[in-house]
Design a protein around this ligand. Structure first.
Ligand SMILES: NC(=O)c1ccc[n+]([C@@H]2O[C@H](COP(=O)([O-])OP(=O)(O)OC[C@H]3O[C@@H](n4cnc5c(N)ncnc54)[C@H](O)[C@@H]3O)[C@@H](O)[C@H]2O)c1
Length: 336
């Protein structure tokens, strides 16, 4: 029986990169069936709701979702549906690898690191958001819990161990935000003491950003709080050739959702030039999650070969190709 997953095509370039990804998964013979559901601005247009109950029920049923980007308005308007989905399913660990591919115009050739971002707490949620009626003041709360810190730090150490990685770096701002990110650091140190086989260090977030740009090879697994992880993982995407190559897995106890790190890219939507690789690499993370490790490796290897060959890749990677030519190049190699 084929494994059913929930598929959300999303907004902007979402439908373009999702079509590409499903085509590749089929060429790979992953044996998946797709329970297509709506979310985002596209959902509001189709069914009058941003996040329909049926979408939540589908993820609950299938426990695995592949999701294209969803638009969140800047400033006012509705709150992030990505945050809502992560909260609803308690997808507490956001795993974002940044790995160099040969043939990209990036600053480094051998970056290989993973950011594990806490995904359900902290400043990123914008809890208790309030703007004074006269517009003179705005506020929002930053709350973390010991249990929330502990489970994500433990996740990062377990991930390091499982993947033969040698080091975990906890990134924080405990010199200034002594309580909130101080708790994250304290918990990191406690958990680290249980993993003798994994090296541990900590770094203040501003220094970590500089160190990542100057000497990324010193990092292996980074674990950090929600907002810092959001920013750092985009920085890491920049180290390896841009957002078009950055996937993310949102993992919880009862469900997992796989997506690109990038957004709906309205500036290139509909032009046929979106790079499908971030969502494809997220699909590879999903295949690993489904214990299809051979298919996951084959997919990653094929993507790497097509990127290295370069003639059919999208403009963000320096190619003259389109989403379609990139996708076809991958599919052709897979069925050879
Ligand atoms: N997980 C998500 O669904 C998610 C993540 C980030 C942003 N967003 C939303 O996306 C919208 C747009 O945000 P933004 O413009 O800040 O970020 P973005 O990631 O959509 O785009 C940033 C830049 O990267 C380029 N880019 C992104 N993905 C690309 C791809 N696959 N191929 C080629 N180029 C690509 C875009 O063209 C743009 O120049 C906002 O509404 C934001 O809230 C959603």
């Amino acid at each position: 029986m084929s494994q059913q997953i929930t598929v959300i095509r999303g907004d902007g370039i979402g439908p373009e990169i999702m079509s590409a990804t499903l085509k590749v998964l089929d060429a790979l013979g992953a044996g998946l069936s797709y329970d297509e559901q709506h979310a985002g601005v596209a959902a509001r247009e189709a069914v009058g709701q941003l996040l329909p109950e049926e979408t939540l029920a589908s993820i609950e049923r299938n426990r695995v979702a592949l999701k294209a980007p969803l638009t969140t308005p800047v400033g006012g308007g509705f709150k992030s549906l990505n945050v809502a989905l992560r909260k609803h399913f308690d997808l507490y660990a956001n795993v974002r690898p940044a790995i160099s591919f040969k043939g990209t115009r990036s600053r480094y050739e051998d970056v290989d690191l993973i950011t594990v971002r806490e995904n359900t707490e902290g400043a990123y949620l914008g809890e208790g958001a309030y703007t004074a009626p006269d517009g003179s003041r705005a506020e929002s709360k930053m709350v973390v819990t010991r249990s929330g810190c502990e489970r994500v730090v433990r996740f990062a150490f377990d991930l390091a161990r499982k993947n033969g990685r040698r080091k975990v770096t906890s990134v924080h701002k405990a010199n200034i935000l002594k309580d909130v990110t101080g708790m994250f650091l304290e918990v990191s140190r406690d958990v680290a003491s249980e993993y003798d086989d994994i090296e541990f260090n900590d770094m203040i977030v501003d220094n970590a950003c500089m160190q990542l740009v100057m000497r990324p090879e010193q990092f292996d697994v980074i674990v950090t709080t929600n907002l810092f992880g959001d920013i750092i993982s985009d920085l890491c995407a920049g180290l390896v050739g841009g957002l078009g190559l950055a996937p993310g897995a949102n993992i919880g106890k009862n469900a997992a959702m796989f997506e690109a790190v990038h957004g709906s890219a309205p500036d290139i939507a509909g032009k046929g030039i979106a790079n499908p690789c971030a969502l494809l690499l997220a699909a590879a993370q999903m295949l690993d999650h489904l214990d299809q490790h051979d298919n996951a490796s084959r997919l990653r290897k094929t993507i790497a070969e097509v990127i290295e060959q370069a003639d059919r890749t999208t403009p963000d990677l320096g190619g003259n190709g389109t989403t379609e030519s990139f996708t076809d190049a991958i599919c052709e190699r897979l069925v050879r």
